[in-house]
Design a protein around this ligand. Structure first.
Ligand SMILES: NC(=O)c1ccc[n+]([C@@H]2O[C@H](COP(=O)([O-])OP(=O)(O)OC[C@H]3O[C@@H](n4cnc5c(N)ncnc54)[C@H](O)[C@@H]3O)[C@@H](O)[C@H]2O)c1
Length: 433
C-alpha cells in the first residue's frame, strides 16, 4: 500500500511538471499543442481501462473507427476479465490488437500504469465510482478520452469531473461520454426538429427506464466480501450510484436534451426496494419516481425500475406548446405538431458512430468535447437518488454542493480495503448531507 502511495505521488509530480512545462494544451512528448498536432498519418494508440462488457465493445468500436488505430494496452482489477476481453477482441478484430504481456496491467493501480504508456486515447469503462479519479489522471497524462456514463456517483465526484473537463478543454483533449443516444441517427433527427420548434416550446418531459432483473455473479468460496462487491458492483450505491445513476441516467439524458440541457431548479421524488430485497442485492433500490422542476414552470417526470415480471418501458414523451412527440427508444420516433412526422430512415449503430465521430474529431484537430454536459446529465440522476433516499425536496444547488462522499479515494483502494455497506436508505430517516 505504501509503495502505491509513493508511486502515485511520483506519478502526480511527474504529471504536474508535464502540465507546468507544457503550458496550455501542449503535449510534453510532442512539444506541440495537442489540438494542432498533425496526427493524420500517425497511428493512434488506444488503451482500455475496465475490460468488461462495455469496455470491450467500446475498444472494438474504437479499433474500427479509423484505419490507423490499434489497441496497445489494457487494464483491469481482475486477470480473468482482462483475458476474456483480450480473447473477444482477438476474435473480432485481430489485426488491430497489439497488446503484449507487458502492456496488460492488473490491479487498482493498473490505470496508472496504463497511463504511463504511450497511448493517445483511453477508454474509461470501469464502474462509475472510479470515473472522477481516472478522468483526472487521464487528463493529467494528456490523453484523449472516451468515458462511459455515468461519470460519478456523488456530488464531490461531479465537481471534480467539472474541474477535470475544464482542464481537458484547455489542453485541447477530446472528452466524449457514452451517452450514446446522442449519437443515434433517429434521435439526432427527431431532437433537431424538436429543438427547431416542431412542437413549440417543450414544457413537459415524461421519461421511463422500466426494465427487469439484471446480471448477478454467484458468490465463490475464495472471494472476500470486498471482491463479491466489486464483482457485483451494480448492487452497491457507493460503486454504481444505484440504478437511477448507472442505467436510467440514459433516460434522464434524453430529458436533458429536450430541455436544451438547462438544469432543473429542484426535484422531489420517491423510491424503494420491493422485489429485490435479498441481502445479495446490496443496498440499491429497485424503483424510483422523480419530478424535476425547471424554470418557467417546465417539468420532467421520471420513472425507472429494475423488477422482474413487470411491464417494461424505455421511452420519452414530450409535450410542447404546439404539439407532442413520442420516442420509443428502440423503435418509434414521431412528432405530432404543426406537421405530423415519423422517422423512417436507416438506423445506425450509435456505439460505432460515437467512435467514428471521436476519432475523426481528433484527426481534424478539433477534439469532440461533452465534458460539462456529461457531468450535468449524471448529476440529474444523483439529485434524483438524493431526493428519493432522503424524502426531501432538494434544489439543484443544494445537491451539487452536497459533501457526501460515497467511497474512498482512488489511492486508498487495495484488496485489504474494508468499506462497510450503508444500510438501505429510508426516506425521512436517511439524512441529506
Ligand atoms: N452506454 C451504454 O449503453 C452502457 C452499457 C453498459 C454499461 N455502460 C457503463 O459502462 C461501465 C461499465 O459497465 P459494464 O457493463 O462494462 O460492467 P462490467 O462489470 O462488465 O465491466 C467493468 C470492468 O471494470 C473492471 N474494473 C472494476 N474496477 C476497476 C478499476 N478500479 N480499475 C480497472 N478496472 C476495473 C471490472 O473488473 C470489469 O471488468 C459502467 O459505467 C456502465 O454504466 C454503458
Amino acid at each position: 500500500m505504501k509503495k502505491d502511495y509513493k508511486s502515485r505521488r511520483e506519478f502526480i509530480k511527474k504529471s504536474s511538471s508535464a502540465v507546468l512545462t507544457s503550458a496550455v494544451g501542449f503535449n510534453i512528448l510532442s512539444a506541440q499543442p495537442l489540438s494542432q498536432r498533425n496526427i493524420n498519418s500517425e497511428t493512434l494508440k488506444v488503451g482500455l481501462i475496465g475490460c468488461g462488457g462495455r469496455g470491450t465493445g467500446a475498444a472494438l468500436q474504437a479499433s474500427k473507427a479509423d484505419p490507423n488505430v490499434i489497441i496497445t494496452a489494457m487494464a483491469d482489477i481482475f486477470r480473468d476479465r482482462l483475458d476474456k476481453s483480450y480473447e473477444n477482441l482477438k476474435l473480432e478484430n485481430p489485426d488491430k490488437l497489439k497488446v503484449d504481456e507487458g502492456h496488460k496491467f492488473i490491479g487498482f493501480d493498473s490505470y496508472r500504469k496504463l497511463l504511463e504508456t504511450d497511448v493517445d486515447v483511453v477508454i474509461l469503462a470501469t464502474p462509475p465510482n472510479f470515473r472522477p479519479g481516472h478522468l483526472a489522471a487521464a487528463v493529467e497524462a494528456d490523453k484523449h478520452i472516451f468515458c462511459e456514463k455515468p461519470v460519478a456517483v456523488d456530488a464531490p465526484g461531479i465537481r471534480s469531473v467539472i474541474e477535470t473537463a475544464k482542464k481537458a478543454k484547455e489542453k485541447g483533449l477530446a472528452m466524449m461520454s457514452g451517452f450514446c443516444w446522442r449519437h443515434d441517427t433517429p434521435k439526432i433527427d427527431t431532437y433537431q426538429r424538436i429543438l427547431d420548434g416542431a412542437i413549440g416550446d417543450v414544457h413537459t418531459v415524461y421519461n421511463t427506464y422500466n426494465t427487469g432483473a439484471l446480471w448477478f455473479h454467484e458468490r465463490q468460496p475464495q472471494w472476500s466480501d470486498f471482491e463479491f462487491q466489486m464483482r457485483n458492483w451494480l448492487y452497491y450505491t457507493w460503486i454504481s450510484g444505484d440504478h437511477i445513476t448507472e442505467q436510467a441516467v440514459h433516460s434522464l439524458d434524453l430529458m436533458a436534451w429536450a430541455m436544451s440541457d438547462e438544469v432543473p431548479l429542484k426535484a422531489t421524488g420517491t423510491g424503494g426496494r420491493q422485489s429485490r430485497t435479498e441481502e445479495q442485492y446490496g443496498n440499491v433500490y429497485d424503483h424510483f419516481a422523480i419530478v424535476y422542476e425547471y424554470p418557467n414552470g417546465k417539468k420532467g417526470f421520471h420513472f425507472s425500475r429494475q423488477q422482474k415480471d413487470c411491464s417494461r418501458a424505455y421511452h420519452v414523451e414530450l409535450t410542447g406548446s404546439q404539439g407532442t412527440s413520442y420516442i420509443d427508444v428502440f423503435r418509434k420516433h414521431e412528432i405530432k405538431g404543426k406537421e405530423k412526422w415519423k422517422w423512417r430512415g436507416e438506423k445506425n449503430n450509435m456505439y460505432q458512430n460515437e467512435h467514428d465521430t471521436l476519432f475523426a474529431s481528433i484527426r481534424k484537430g478539433d477534439p469532440y468535447f461533452d465534458g460539462i454536459r456529461m457531468a450535468n446529465s449524471t448529476m440529474l440522476a444523483i439529485l434524483g437518488r438524493m431526493v428519493a433516499y432522503t424524502g426531501q425536496t432538494l434544489t439543484w444547488d443544494e445537491a451539487l454542493n452536497s459533501q457526501e462522499v460515497l467511497g474512498p479515494e482512488l489511492e486508498a483502494f487495495s484488496w485489504d480495503l474494508k468499506w462497510p455497506m450503508k444500510e438501505v436508505a429510508k426516506p425521512g430517516i436517511t439524512k441529506f448531507s
